[in-house]
Design a protein around this ligand. Structure first.
Ligand SMILES: [Zn+2]
Length: 284
């Protein structure tokens, strides 16, 4: 049995008030080597026999005085069963061909929160960066939380399996206000120091979360890129609904990173947790 990877925790301050952030890994996902190549499309990726190395599936917990915020919910152990994909023969079939998961029940988000003393009912907000299964499959732990997804992602999902969402789930489908850098923003906390921003490209309605701490900007990227390297080398992965839009999003992220020290945390980058704990800002 694979051991659960340790939770990575650090504390930032907002106006001097401590805000803890935890990086929690819910197993790993493998994609095909071609999936990381900008020139490849879905068909080439489906028939590629070569798997890339496993990547983590991160979720992020922010303990803020106004409430506990969970960014994405990771995977659950059922994803390893073939029947799991049956409810959507098209997208399910593609997902089965292009993704390979490894996790144990103890790695599911609800179990890991329990171990650090947080009841799943005490999660006030769940922000979904997008609706891909490795970001939504832990939702069953949180029937009482407010789930936030962009209106665009909900209306025009790409590569998602809505049939796997908890039955009757009624997310808060947000509409953005103007943002100086991104295509839109939605302030989550009353001071706006935690806000959701539109970061389309991977999917039409992909969004990221920004925490403006006193000394750093923390950027919870979701799947804007697989890892920081791709942002710095301006390479977009194989499965993005709009690669031009992804590059436009990359540019906006880099503009933000030039404004003040920014810690960039993609969901599938092994180094994300170390960068969080070490407060390592991206150099663009
Ligand atoms: Zn994704």
């Amino acid at each position: 049995m694979t051991p659960t990877l340790p939770i990575q925790t650090t504390e930032f301050k907002i106006e001097g008030i401590p805000v803890k952030v935890h990086g929690i890994r819910t197993g790993t996902v493998q994609v095909k080597k071609s999936h990381r190549d900008p020139s490849q499309g879905m068909l080439q990726i489906m028939v590629d026999f070569h798997w890339a190395d496993p990547m983590p599936i991160y979720c992020w917990l922010i303990e803020h005085p106004e409430g506990n915020i969970l960014i994405d919910t990771g995977e659950n152990v059922q994803v390893k069963e073939n029947w799991y994909f049956d409810c959507d023969p098209t997208v399910g079939f593609a997902n089965q061909k292009i993704l390979k998961f490894e996790l144990e029940r103890e790695m599911e988000i609800g179990r890991q929160l329990y171990r650090i003393g947080i009841d799943t009912d005490d999660i006030d907000w769940i922000i979904l960066t997008h609706l891909h299964i490795d970001h939504t499959d832990g939702l069953m732990y949180f029937p009482r939380s407010e789930v936030i997804v962009s209106q665009a992602e909900w209306d025009r999902p790409y590569g998602s399996m809505k049939c796997l969402l908890p039955p009757g789930m009624r997310p808060n489908k947000i509409i953005y206000e103007k943002d100086p850098v991104f295509l839109g923003q939605y302030p989550l906390t009353s001071d706006g120091r935690i806000r959701i921003v539109a970061t389309p490209g991977h999917t039409y309605g992909h969004q990221s979360v920004i925490l403006e701490a006193d000394e750093h900007t923390v950027f919870f990227a979701g799947d804007v890129s697989f890892d920081q390297e791709q942002l710095l080398t301006d390479r977009v992965g194989g499965i993005h609904v709009d690669k031009k839009l992804s590059k436009d999003t990359y540019e906006r992220v880099r503009i933000l990173a030039q404004a003040r020290p920014m810690i960039y945390l993609p969901s599938h980058d092994w180094k994300s947790g170390e960068r969080l704990v070490g407060r390592e800002a991206v150099v663009v």
